[in-house]
Design a protein. Structure first.
Length: 452
């Protein structure tokens, strides 16, 4: 018996050692408690453990906003850009306030790291309504410009509505005296100014092409359209006229090249092909060539100047002409304000009456940088002189003189997604020695402007 006990002793010892120890007490957390622990671990910098807990929460509820946010932060920290983008995008619609702002920024950051710059810009705009303070807004603008500078594709959209006293460019006169005739002609209703509302839409696309040895090369596509709706008074004045009779559209394709020169500011070269439509029918084809240079002068001052050469071929009549032009602008920063003086000289070379002319334009713009109450204000004044070689409506040459004054009021606080409304009021008066071209226009323009 003693020998049996001695033989069984090692077996008993082995079984004793192999026997399971008493299990420790398990702690069970409900979703609310697990969410709080995960947030605490993330705040402590333990993103790995926080992400494990977030996955458990998402297994229970795929739309758990806190878990999605933690997953987005963790994926960003370990540079998993596709997952960071997806988690941030899913969380964005399920959180509010600063957390929503943060998720939009993370989605934009992940997209930018993937090289998807256009979508990153969209997400930065989506972040704008939730920016918690002015500092965050400034950071958003800075990031947007950095991403835009890296994006080879630039898209610009424009939309505006403008009630106007003269959508057709009609005369303010009611009668017309032709040279050599002793009596007056009454102008038809559609030859006089017609009031109404103009809707303008535009789309611009620019894409950077592989650069040339001398500098960058950019392709441009531009489209613009204007539709008009006549007022009741205009329809009574010209019963047969329709707003579509004065509709305008333009489409152009172009190339731009920035020629870099050692020791000199770059020289910008451009070429453009375009077509215009009026009243739904082709109106003219255009070829434009341009050369310009921008020169910083220091002390917040810069000068730009250039030359253009346009070839215009009318499609509705048998006529074409060249139009060379010179332009220059001086911009001066005055603290937060900005003053711009510009001048433009153009010669339209044509033998057709009321077409060939010399034009001189002078313009002054002043933009107030600081808000006046909730508004940003700007003002402009423009004078123009046109001298026509010949005219069907007066003996000798025709002379047009015009003056335009405008005021601009922007409302950044009323903005959304980085766009804010801008209201412009423009008055323009044309004095001409040919009554048909004596005109007056008052326009209220309501459009959108980008704060980025």
């Amino acid at each position: 018996m003693r020998l049996l006990r001695a033989a069984l002793a090692p077996v008993a010892l082995t079984l004793a050692l192999a026997a399971p120890a008493p299990a420790p007490a398990q702690v069970r957390l409900d979703a609310t408690e697990l969410r709080s622990v995960a947030v605490a671990r993330m705040a402590a910098g333990d993103l790995a453990q926080a992400e494990v807990m977030a996955r458990a929460l998402l297994a229970r509820d795929p739309d758990d906003a806190t878990a999605l946010s933690i997953s987005a932060e963790a994926a960003t920290a370990r540079r998993d850009w596709p997952l960071a983008r997806r988690m941030a995008a899913r969380a964005h619609g399920r959180v509010e306030g600063p957390a929503r702002f943060r998720m939009a920024r993370l989605a934009a950051y992940a997209l930018a790291q993937e090289g998807r710059y256009t979508r990153a810009q969209i997400w930065l705009r989506r972040a704008a309504p939730d920016a918690p303070d002015a500092r965050a807004e400034r950071g958003l603008v800075r990031d947007y410009r950095l991403v835009a500078a890296r994006n080879p594709l630039t898209l610009c959209f424009g939309l505006g509505i403008a009630p106007s006293s003269n959508i057709n460019g009609g005369s303010r006169a009611e009668t017309l005296i032709l040279p050599g005739l002793p009596f007056e002609f009454e102008l038809s209703g559609d030859a006089r100014a017609l009031s109404g509302v103009t809707t303008t839409a535009s789309f611009d696309l620019s894409h950077a092409l592989p650069p040339l040895p001398t500098g960058p090369l950019v392709f441009d596509l531009r489209a613009k359209g204007r539709a008009h709706r006549l007022s009741d008074a205009a329809r009574r004045q010209a019963p047969e006229a329709r707003g579509a009779d004065y509709a305008q559209a333009a489409l152009s394709l172009g190339l731009r090249h920035r020629l870099r020169q050692a020791g000199l500011p770059p020289l910008d070269l451009s070429a453009e092909l375009g077509r215009d439509w009026y009243g739904g029918a082709p109106y003219s084809d255009r070829l434009g060539l341009g050369l310009s240079r921008l020169m910083p002068l220091g002390a917040g001052r810069r000068l730009s100047f250039g030359v253009t050469l346009d070839r215009v071929a009318r499609r509705d009549i048998d006529a074409s002409w060249w139009a060379p032009a010179l332009h220059a602008a001086l911009r001066q920063d005055l603290g937060a304000d900005r003053l711009t003086l510009s001048a433009h000289l153009r010669e339209t070379r044509s033998d057709r009456p009321d077409t060939g002319h010399d034009a001189r334009v002078a313009r002054l713009d002043y933009d107030i940088g600081r808000r006046v109450g909730p508004a940003l204000l700007g003002f402009g004044i423009e004078a123009q002189w046109r001298d026509y070689d010949s005219s069907r409506y007066v003996r000798g040459g025709r002379e047009d003189r015009s003056l335009g004054i405008e005021a601009r009021l922007g409302l950044p606080k009323a903005g959304r997604y980085g766009f804010y409304p801008e209201i412009g009021l423009t008055g323009r008066r044309v004095w001409s020695n040919a009554d048909l071209f004596d005109a007056q226009t008052l326009t209220l323009d309501i459009g959108l402007r980008s704060s980025f």
